[in-house]
Design a protein. Structure first.
Length: 256
């Protein structure tokens, strides 16, 4: 059984986010208090100051940089079997940890657990829009328990983009030996092919700050999105390679 001692939030900090302190406070206000640490590659003075203010251990990544490198480092900062990579622009419902622990304790061999979310746009909460409807529709098969373990269903969902909200995910590391990020979309396709369950917790447990082109925005136009990331040095593999994993080589090339 998983308990509060089984879980760690790792806050991924970068730059000078005006929302970082709100994120930290939402984690400190959890009904079930679990471990909290912070990771950063080049921490600004404001990040260091907030870590000291709330007495949250801060780890500095001096290895591989970029999205995948930073996330892999963040995972390594936790010593617990359950890890949630908390994005600094997001706020968690106070019952997030409690709800995720309860959900995982009902599941046999979970790979990860995740929840639905609402958006934060310019300080306003958005509970329903076209994007959220599409994501929730794509994920609806995973409400059925036996489909949560279906490799076929999970891969078909991810073949049209990633509807899973990244900061809502809790990874079960003991069931993911050797796992590391390459990029979010590619890593999720890899995870979808493993034996185990994608445990979907019903209900909303997160306010996620919305920025166009974020890692979990579903890519119904993969080619343009991946090209933008490649130009910015975001570390994505080619869109054809990733689509090929989901649809096969011929269909992947056609969709590209």
């Amino acid at each position: 059984m998983y308990s509060r001692d089984s879980h760690t939030f790792v806050i991924c900090a970068y730059g000078n986010s005006p929302y970082l302190e709100d994120c930290m406070q939402s984690l400190l206000s959890q009904t079930v208090r679990t471990k909290i640490v912070m990771s950063a590659s080049e921490p600004e003075a404001s990040v260091i100051s907030l870590a000291e203010k709330y007495q949250i251990p801060l780890f500095v990544n001096k290895g591989e940089k970029g999205i995948a490198g930073d996330w892999n480092f963040a995972l390594s900062c936790a010593e617990t079997p359950l890890v949630t990579l908390a994005h600094q622009d997001d706020r968690y419902y106070k019952t997030y940890a409690e709800d995720v622990l309860a959900a995982l304790n009902t599941c046999c061999r979970p790979l990860l657990a995740f929840t639905d979310y609402n958006e934060l746009r310019e300080g306003c909460t958005v509970q329903n829009n076209r994007l959220l409807k599409i994501k929730r529709l794509m994920l609806s098969p995973l409400r059925i328990r036996f489909l949560q373990k279906s490799r076929f269903v999970r891969r078909r969902i991810l073949s049209f983009g990633n509807p899973i909200c990244c900061p809502s995910v809790t990874f079960v590391r003991e069931n993911l030996p050797g796992f590391s990020f390459r990029n979010n979309m590619d890593s999720n396709i890899d995870l979808a092919g493993l034996g185990g369950a994608f445990q979907k917790k019903r209900g909303v447990c997160l306010y996620s700050g919305f920025f166009y082109g974020t890692q979990d925005t579903p890519g119904f136009c993969h080619k343009q999105r991946f090209k933008r990331r490649q130009k910015k040095g975001g570390g994505y593999g080619s869109s054809g390679e990733i689509l090929g994993k989901a649809h096969g080589g011929f269909c992947g090339a056609f969709l590209q």
